[in-house]
Design a protein around this ligand. Structure first.
Ligand code: CA
Length: 549
């Protein structure tokens, strides 16, 4: 990316000034973390994160050993992809809803991890996959066996085999999502894959069973669920899915008043808004996510800051109308998407800008493990989106004596073998103040210092907003903060004295600059610029936070 000499110079001057005059490391904003449902979440694909016993598979004890890292990053919530017993590497097909998969550890390990999280003020939520089970779940095997031995023409007797009604069986192949039940002339619904038979969430006994599952994990210290594939519970009747979520969440809240729930509705903003009527707190913001979502497009300058700010207001209005207590769950990518490094061609400035935008948004942002060090994926294969966390550059090789406790995991079995990372591992980025990791830490530190960033009501300061420069305020109780975005490649000036809004009278408290030369920094030069002339000099690809001083 080409940039003018002037913008490089400005960033360099600001950096120099901050590092010398202000003292970068001693100038971190003071944390003001509130213990509520607004969190900074970190998504962990469990098998690829950290291996505690040298077998190459990430596990719960491995994650426990990395809690300081996650906490230092600035996260106070963790979402684990499914941990319940399952024959697949991704574990989105459960064979036992009451057991941690042995590859990941034991239920005692989970309890230990939950306790260790709670000691650090981290909430631990787990994936709950109840749209379908595994075709190896005893319920499904029982049902198939019963149907297989049913005399020709006889109808199933649910008193003899209640599990038949836990799934959607039919003598007809109703549509392409129905698969042949082995050894019988019956078919079953499996929307995703034949190994994932859809559960019948209308069945009262199954619903009761799933309440027991919620109680079981809550007892072990689980703080909430990430609900998988909720729009597929009933593919035809979304009102039922919404009702189910409402009832299940209410039950979970009766177990623990602080129980949190975030659900996957991979759909448009409008459809997500419909689901907010369930009264459950959060849905992932798919409109903002992925390679063509608003975050990445704004981060690379294809969507203006003005449009990005307007989108944030739009979420606030659309989601807020459906549930006034909604908590948006924005994210850049997850385990089902190509990594952001690929979408942004490993341009560190665009990647930092995208992260800065995410971490300035309302709600509970979700960071996919490895995103904070710019890890990349390859192609469309899911396994390549779930590669081993790059702790120190070491690659796990079976039988090479990779020491237990080093943490390094092997990649999923079908992942490509030739994916070289563009950015340094954690061990090196931790020492580099200009690294992507350092940028994430700074952005999260700012977010943790000012609770209104997550919680405030957004207003756009129209008279200061144009194209790649946007100014918004966030109001939360008595706290008001302004955020100035410059997503462009050129420096910008913003005369805050020209505004009638609260921003007139504020001073910069923090600056996040994505330019490589600048690294990240707290308020400094921008502050003195404001003090002298009320005109902010905003470097390219930067976010400035302002408060009444
Ligand atoms: Ca292991």
């Amino acid at each position: 990316m080409k940039r003018t000499g002037l913008s490089r110079l400005i960033c360099l001057i600001i950096t120099t000034c901050l590092l010398t005059a202000c003292g970068y490391s001693n100038n971190a904003p003071k944390a003001n973390v509130i213990d509520d449902d607004y969190r900074n979440y970190y998504e962990i694909f469990v098998g690829s994160y950290c291996d505690s016993d040298g077998d190459g598979t990430g596990d719960l004890r491995g994650i426990e050993s990395k809690l300081d890292y996650i906490s230092d990053l600035g996260c106070n919530g963790i979402w684990l992809t499914p941990i319940m017993a399952s024959p697949s590497y991704h574990k989105y097909d459960t064979t036992d809803y009451y057991m941690t998969d042995p590859a990941f550890g034991t239920n005692d390990d989970f309890k230990s991890l939950a306790d260790a999280c709670h000691k650090r003020g981290i909430r631990l939520i787990i994936d709950l996959v109840i749209n379908h089970s595994s075709n190896e779940h005893p319920w499904f095997k029982e049902a198939c066996e019963y149907l297989r031995t049913l005399p020709d023409g006889a109808e199933p007797d649910l008193n003899e085999c209640p599990e038949v009604d836990y799934y959607h069986f039919s003598r007809e192949q109703i549509n392409g999502s129905y698969c042949e039940a082995p050894g019988s002339d019956w078919y079953y619904e499996a929307v995703f894959y034949y190994t994932q038979p859809d559960l019948n969430l209308y069945n009262p006994a199954l619903k009761e069973e799933l309440r027991k599952v919620a109680a079981f994990w809550t007892d072990l210290g689980c703080d909430g669920f990430r609900m998988d594939a909720v729009m597929h519970y009933d593919d035809e009747v979304s009102s039922y899915n919404i009702e189910f979520l409402h009832d299940y969440y209410e039950y979970c809240k009766s177990l623990n008043p602080d129980f949190y729930m975030v659900s996957e509705v991979w759909a448009s903003e409008k459809t997500i808004a419909d689901y907010y009527a369930s009264g459950t707190p959060s849905f992932f913001n798919f409109d903002a996510a992925d390679a063509e979502g608003k975050l990445v497009r704004a981060g690379r300058g294809k969507l203006t800051a003005q449009k990005f700010a307007e989108a944030c207001v739009d979420y606030q209005e659309t989601y807020g109308a459906a549930n006034p207590d909604y908590i948006d769950a924005p994210f850049i990518t997850n385990h089902d998407m190509g990594r952001v490094a690929n979408a942004l061609k490993s341009d560190p400035e665009d990647m930092k800008m995208t992260a800065g935008l995410l971490l300035s948004m309302n709600g509970s942002p979700f960071i996919y493990y490895g995103e904070e060090i710019g890890m990349k994926s390859k192609g469309k294969a899911d396994e390549n989106k779930r590669l081993h966390m790059n702790w120190d550059g070491t690659v796990y090789t079976d039988g090479d004596g990779t020491p237990a406790g080093s943490g390094v995991c092997r990649d999923p079995e079908n992942a490509d073998k030739d994916i070289e990372q563009s950015f340094a591992p954690v061990s090196e980025q931790e020492k580099d103040p200009a690294s992507i990791l350092s940028y994430y830490k700074e952005a999260l530190a700012i977010r943790n210092a000012y609770p209104e960033i997550a919680r405030g009501h957004i207003d756009i300061v129209d008279e200061l907003t144009d194209g790649h420069v946007a100014v918004i305020t966030k109001t939360w109780g008595d706290e008001v903060m302004a955020i100035v975005y410059n997503t462009g490649d050129e420096p910008a000036t913003v005369d805050i004295s020209a505004s009638d809004s609260a921003v007139n009278g504020m001073q910069p408290v923090a600056v996040l600059c994505a330019l490589s030369e600048a690294g990240t920094a707290d308020a400094g030069t921008a502050g003195s610029a404001a003090a002298s002339g009320r005109v902010l000099e905003i470097p390219p690809k930067s976010i400035v936070y302002l408060k009444i001083s």
